[in-house]
Design a protein around this ligand. Structure first.
Ligand code: HAM
Length: 435
């Protein structure tokens, strides 16, 4: 026997019993996106590698370690998208969307790919929903974006979630701060983890994310970017917080909040849930005022977020473990019955919007009736008889009523069954069956 194959490491199958909840979450999210004026965008699952290398940043872990990058037959370097924002900013520039009335609000959902070490809540293919708004640097857009995710998490029944928020200021402030942080880290390098030490020059801010005890201790007394943010950046942050206060959205200001992507400016935020384990991030985002320009488009501010649907589902409580679909008609066959006619009957019923299946597994009549019950059928049509002398019985499981048809000719066989089924359906649903 050949070796049995499995889904690739870090990926998973969505089985039928899980699909109803996912579909419901996507429905809820789509509804909230549309209510907030976001329109759907879809971009390819792979992009030129430079979209992410430039957009997300070479120094990030995503770009330096986690991307699925490959050369196509034309020797172009392509990458399975590890996130959506850079790809959407690319599309925004490419399609001249800056000419549309601002803000241009876009939402998306789909699979994303990162070659991370798999663990609970962390996959190599995962699904995100996300929202990006371009063309305005108004703090109200930041607040609206945060509140949109807050609303979706609430509707998804996500338990014990918290919002952390901070500001990264603008590029010049961040550069000056980054130099200050680098010297601070160099002064304390003996206490830092090897990984952090190696990345002092490349990405000193990531030291705030370390779980290494020595590093954590050092970072407690490290200078914080939020403390040096001033002027318009400070005003912007204060205005975002004031709007969240006015809307009654709770948050914690966390000056150590760093996000693993380089494009952020000003506001950054993250929702975490205590119902999740180590991978507690449900969703996060922020402002990225330089991103569109970085990818060759016109200078355009933007703000948005993405959230992982696996984590929302895990921390959430959407109603509806799957209720098996109701089957309108199960078509059962007696030995010797006209199988092609039964097959045609199923097709005709399906075409007119009636959920119908025909026995296909070679069961005995008794087995078929059992299967009809298992499939949650409302009624069963038992087809029998022989050429020129067909008969059929229609049994309604709900009412217990049974209709018998005998001595049917080949010509009017199906018509008579459909007539009888329609009568039965109409007596069950007085408004009539949708045709
Ligand atoms: P991110 O924080 O990298 O941000 O990812 C957002 C969310 O995607 C995370 O909070 C988490 O729920 C989920 N996620 C990320 N990686 C994985 C994984 N390996 N397995 C399962 N879930 C995962 C972004 O992607 C930015 N594009 C967000 C953004 C949009 N910023 C501005 N606009």
């Amino acid at each position: 026997m050949s070796q049995s194959l499995q889904a690739p490491r870090g990926t998973y199958d969505v089985l039928p019993e899980q699909s109803a909840q996912r579909a419901l979450l996507l429905e809820v999210a789509a509804e909230e996106f549309e209510l907030a004026g976001y329109a759907r965008i879809e971009t390819p699952v792979f992009e030129d590698t430079s979209v992410f290398a430039r957009g997300v940043g070479e120094s990030t872990e995503i770009v330096s370690k986690e991307m699925y990058t490959f050369a196509d037959q034309g020797d172009r370097s392509l990458t399975l998208r590890p996130e959506g924002t850079a790809a959407i900013a690319r599309a925004f520039g490419e399609h001249g969307m800056h000419k549309l009335p601002a803000p241009v609000k876009l939402w998306y959902s789909g699979p994303f790919f990162r070659q991370e070490a798999p663990q609970a809540g962390r996959y190599r293919q995962f699904f995100q929903i996300g929202a990006e708004a371009f063309g305005s640097d108004d703090p109200a857009l930041d607040a609206e974006s945060v509140m949109l995710l807050d609303r979706i998490l609430r509707r998804a029944g996500v338990g014990q979630y918290r919002l952390r928020i901070s500001s990264l200021g603008s590029a010049p402030e961040r550069r000056a701060y980054s130099d200050q942080l680098k010297s601070f880290l160099r002064e304390h390098d003996a206490q830092l983890s090897e990984e952090v030490r190696e990345r002092i020059e490349l990405n000193p801010l990531r030291a705030f994310d370390s779980k290494h005890p020595g590093t954590i201790e050092v970072m407690n007394s490290a200078p914080k970017l939020l403390d040096v943010i001033s002027g318009e950046d400070r005003d912007h942050f204060d205005a975002v917080l004031a709007l969240l206060d006015a809307a009654g959205v709770g948050y914690e200001i966390d000056p150590t909040l760093v996000r693993g992507l380089d494009y952020y400016t000003r506001t950054v935020f993250e929702f975490t849930s205590d119902k999740l384990g180590a991978q507690s991030g449900v969703g996060g985002g922020g402002r990225y005022d330089g991103l569109v320009e970085m990818l060759g488009g016109p200078a355009t501010p933007g703000v948005g977020w993405a959230a992982g649907i696996e984590r929302i589902l895990q921390a959430g409580e959407l109603p509806g473990a799957r209720t098996p679909g109701e089957l309108d008609v199960f078509i059962a066959l007696e030995p010797g019955a006209d199988r092609p006619a039964a097959f045609a009957l199923a097709a005709q019923l399906q075409e007119s919007g009636v959920a119908a299946v025909i026995e296909l597994a070679g069961r005995s009549l008794k087995g078929q009736l059992k299967q009809a019950a298992r499939a949650n059928a409302l009624r069963v049509v038992i087809m029998g008889g022989e050429r020129g002398q067909y008969d059929a019985a229609i049994k309604n499981f709900d009412s217990g009523e049974q209709r018998e048809l005998a001595g049917l000719s080949s010509d009017d066989y199906l018509e008579r069954i459909i007539e009888s089924l329609t009568e039965d359906m109409q007596s069950a649903t007085p408004e009539g069956f949708s045709e």
